[in-house]
Design a protein around this ligand. Structure first.
Ligand SMILES: [Fe+2]
Length: 277
């Protein structure tokens, strides 16, 4: 069966069918990498992968990196980590992580360029992952607002006072690895050269050079604009999906709209990125 790639929405994301990630030739791998830059996220359907095969497939798109939180790494394939309603986050109750808009890893000096998720257990209903196209946000932004953020940078921290979602407690080693960092509010995509709004409502503490009140007001305004429904794609998971998205020009969040007693677990791989410019 030939590999086909078709858009999943007018906003972003494409569906890939007819591809087996364990048997891609060089031309197909190149085509998928190109399609990721064009569509910002890909859903590769009908995959049946062991953790080792999944970790190996990530090399199609880049170099897998180890995630900060040791406790979530898979022992047999450490570059694959588990996101589950039973992850330790402080307290024993089941919970959904990452329920507020964010881009992965922005609290690091060199954030992951892309993230892959492969569901292993899904609830009977709900539990979608939602995305925002941050190229589209910037391109639609009123000129007056855009002029106010040109050249500005934001301080990203592991545990922001403004965070909407709980974050896991770090060990001392993990804390040392994650000092506060500064990134531009507008970044250029290193492959497409397109510019995108680069914000992370879960990790931004403040805009550099502003007092707290001025910074909060600007961030509130930026977030309200970026969260408009017209910039969003909602992904309804099927078992067998491998979804990869570009963290440099998108945000995402998990929906906590399912029965929390039902299991939801996904295997995650992060890919090495570059310093945002
Ligand atoms: Fe995330």
């Amino acid at each position: 069966m030939a590999m086909t790639i078709k858009p999943l929405s007018a906003v972003m994301a494409a569906e890939v069918t007819g591809a087996d990630l364990t048997k891609l030739d060089r031309a197909m791998a190149k085509e998928l990498s190109r399609a990721l830059v064009e569509h910002l996220a890909l859903c590769i359907r009908d995959q049946d992968l062991t953790p080792a095969q999944y970790g190996a497939a990530a090399h199609i798109f880049g170099a897998p990196k180890l995630q900060v939180l040791r406790g979530n790494r898979l022992a047999e394939v450490p570059e694959v980590s588990v996101i589950s309603t039973t992850n330790e986050i402080g307290g024993d109750e089941p919970h959904v992580r990452a329920t507020h808009w964010h881009t992965d890893d922005s609290y690091l000096a060199v954030p992951a360029k892309a993230t892959m998720l492969y569901p292993r257990e899904l609830p009977s209903a709900g539990g979608d992952t939602q995305f925002i196209n941050c190229h589209a946000v910037l391109e639609a932004m009123p000129d007056a607002l855009r002029r106010r953020i040109e050249g500005l940078r934001a301080v990203h921290v592991y545990r922001s006072r403004r965070a909407g979602a709980k974050v896991a407690v770090r060990t001392d080693v993990e804390r040392e690895e994650t000092p506060d960092v500064v990134h531009p509010l507008i970044r250029s995509h290193p492959e497409s050269s397109r510019q995108a709004l680069y914000i992370n409502p879960n990790r931004i503490e403040r805009v550099e050079g502003m007092d707290e009140a001025e910074s909060d007001a600007l961030l509130d305004e930026l977030y309200a604009f970026a969260f408009e429904a017209r910039f969003q794609y909602h992904h309804e998971w099927r078992l067998g999906d491998v979804v990869i998205w570009d963290n440099r020009c998108t945000m995402h969040r998990a929906m906590a709209d399912f029965d929390i007693q039902e299991p939801r677990a996904l295997h995650r791989v992060l890919l090495e990125g570059t310093v945002p410019v």
